[in-house]
Design a binder for this molecule. Structure first.
Ligand SMILES: Cc1cc2nc3c(=O)[nH]c(=O)nc-3n(C[C@H](O)[C@H](O)[C@H](O)COP(=O)(O)OP(=O)(O)OC[C@H]3O[C@@H](n4cnc5c(N)ncnc54)[C@H](O)[C@@H]3O)c2cc1C
Length: 487
């Protein structure tokens, strides 16, 4: 029997991202004491550097904008987009409860949902943006956790192993990152919320041997290395759908990374034209999301493309990375340096010159760009080659011209630790492991594979926060506090 007096907290939460803090808040609201362990010096994980967008259905913001949405319609689109491998039970749970358990709950913590965006695969806009993006959202969670009184914040401290007493989890071992010292922490229940593994390219290749020859860039938070996956698997938990990952095609290598493994997602260039190594267009560039653009780039040989812009378009460039952003604001001079110094971004005064710089066949490349320009000159509504809508699009015409080399980038883990609807970690026989809960991207956002093969956007952060709440409430219940999750 665990001796209560020797406990460090009733519930230990591993990971200080959105899932971890949502779990901490719900556990504390049910009366449990909570300790949070975070490997990095800075808290927040992918959540704090994210765009902050959450897929939520039938909300007051949608209603305000005259958008009619229903959970049935959203679920149907979610499951279709997931190509048969989404977890229907979890998707339904999330979609049905999201408005109360996320929209209103976060608003109660001070979040102002200030915009609604439309993303590929959705019949109506569902991507709700919080003021301040992911950072603003995380700060609201952190503020609430502090108010409720987290017993200890252990930053710079990596969880390394779960510990047992009899056949129940009794705590974990941690290692201080600065001193290397080990410590054992004891509790009644543990919530694992360590995020995904998209910054561990070797681990990705282990689950996706087909990507071994690809120049795949790592594109999540530095803490997304799969520690939690190894720990939970080591404790007998089941990993599922680990080959499901969400990759973006519009990313260029970070020239500041000596290993050139990290990638930078480039946004804000809606008029770019993509060509392959043969200098030919190959895709409707408006469909730039993971479901259509990534397979299109992977189908090229070699598997990359060049995004071509002109001088007038350049000022729109926005780099979705903490070094290039401060919350909602861009670091313009750093983006300028990227354009000047990155060997993966070429420039020239003519299209032929740009082709020479980029190693593209000059005639074919110039023909591709001029043909695209001619569609706009002719006033066509749709590009006859790839179906790109042309209304409002601009020609690539003003020197100097730029070509940004894009490689696929791993952003989000769509598979992970298998749990039930109480976020209890399931073993190989489908039985819950006593005392062990998991949430967030570690669990493929929720349950193991809530999205399936593709996500409708906002379907990563939203379910991570939601499953965090569910895990926290049930972990408190497992520790003897409250009735479990009820939004
Ligand atoms: C740049 C970017 C933009 C994104 N934008 C969006 C968006 O707009 N909408 C959307 O739906 N999704 C978005 N996502 C995905 C979404 O942000 C994540 O899926 C979600 O935040 C995951 O939350 P989490 O709490 O599970 O993990 P995280 O927020 O990553 O937190 C996990 C924490 O665990 C810590 N940790 C890891 N290992 C250990 C260990 N051994 N011991 C202790 N701590 C450990 C990590 O350091 C990290 O702080 C984005 C992702 C990125 C990278």
């Amino acid at each position: 029997m665990t001796q209560e007096k020797s406990l460090d907290a009733d519930v230990i939460v591993v990971g200080s991202g959105g899932a971890g803090l949502a779990a901490a808040i719900d556990a504390m609201e049910h009366g449990a004491s909570v300790l949070v362990v975070e490997r990095e010096e800075e808290m927040g994980g992918a959540t704090a550097i994210s765009g902050g967008g959450c897929f939520i259905v039938a909300t007051p913001l949608q209603a305000e904008k005259g958008i009619v949405d229903t959970t049935e319609k959203a679920l149907e689109e979610w499951l279709r987009w997931g190509q048969g491998s989404a977890d229907e039970e979890w998707a339904r749970f999330y979609i049905e409860k999201g408005c109360d358990a996320l929209f209103h709950w976060m608003a109660g913590l001070g979040v102002d949902w200030d915009a609604l965006n439309h993303h590929e695969g959705n019949s109506v806009p569902r991507w709700h943006h919080p003021q301040g993006g992911g950072k603003g959202l995380w700060q609201a969670l952190y503020g609430a956790s502090q108010k409720l009184g987290v017993a200890r914040w252990l930053t710079n401290t990596a969880a390394t192993e779960l510990t047992w007493e009899g056949n129940a989890i009794s705590g974990l071992r941690v290692r201080r990152q600065d001193t290397g010292g080990d410590e054992e922490l004891r509790c009644k229940t543990v919530v694992m919320a360590t995020g995904g593994f998209m910054s561990n390219v070797e681990m990705i290749r282990g689950y996706r041997p087909d990507l071994r020859s690809l120049k795949l860039m790592a594109g999540s938070h530095v803490g997304a290395t799969g520690d939690g996956h190894r720990m939970v698997e080591g404790a007998g938990g089941t990993l599922t759908h680990m080959d499901h990952l969400w990759m973006y095609a519009y990313a260029t290598p970070d020239y500041r990374d000596p290993e050139e493994q990290r990638g930078l997602v480039v946004r804000g260039l809606p008029d770019y034209v993509w060509v392959n190594a043969q200098g030919q267009r190959f895709h409707n560039e408006t469909l730039s999301g993971g479901a259509s653009a990534t397979p299109a780039v992977l189908a090229q040989s070699p598997q990359y493309c060049w995004a071509v812009i002109d001088d007038a378009m350049r000022s729109g460039a926005d780099i979705s990375d903490p070094y290039y952003r401060d919350g909602a604001a861009k670091h313009v001079e750093r983006i300028e340096s990227l354009f000047q110094d990155s060997p993966y971004i070429k420039s020239a005064d003519t299209l032929q010159g740009l082709a020479a710089e980029s190693g593209l066949p000059p005639e074919e490349f110039e023909r591709s760009v001029q043909r695209y320009n001619s569609y706009i000159d002719e006033g066509l509504e749709t590009d006859p080659e790839f179906g790109r809508p042309l209304t409002g699009r601009k020609k690539v015409q003003q020197a100097p011209f730029f070509a940004l080399q894009f490689f696929p980038l791993s952003r989000k883990s769509f598979g992970g630790v298998k749990t039930d609807l109480r976020c209890r970690v399931l073993d190989q026989d489908g039985q819950p492991i006593s005392g062990l809960y998991a949430a967030g991207e570690l669990t493929g956002m929720a349950g193991g594979h809530i999205n399936g093969h593709a996500g409708l956007e906002g379907t990563m952060l939203g379910p991570s926060l939601f499953s965090g709440r569910v895990a926290g409430a049930w972990a408190a219940n497992g520790a003897g506090f409250g009735e479990g999750f009820s939004p």
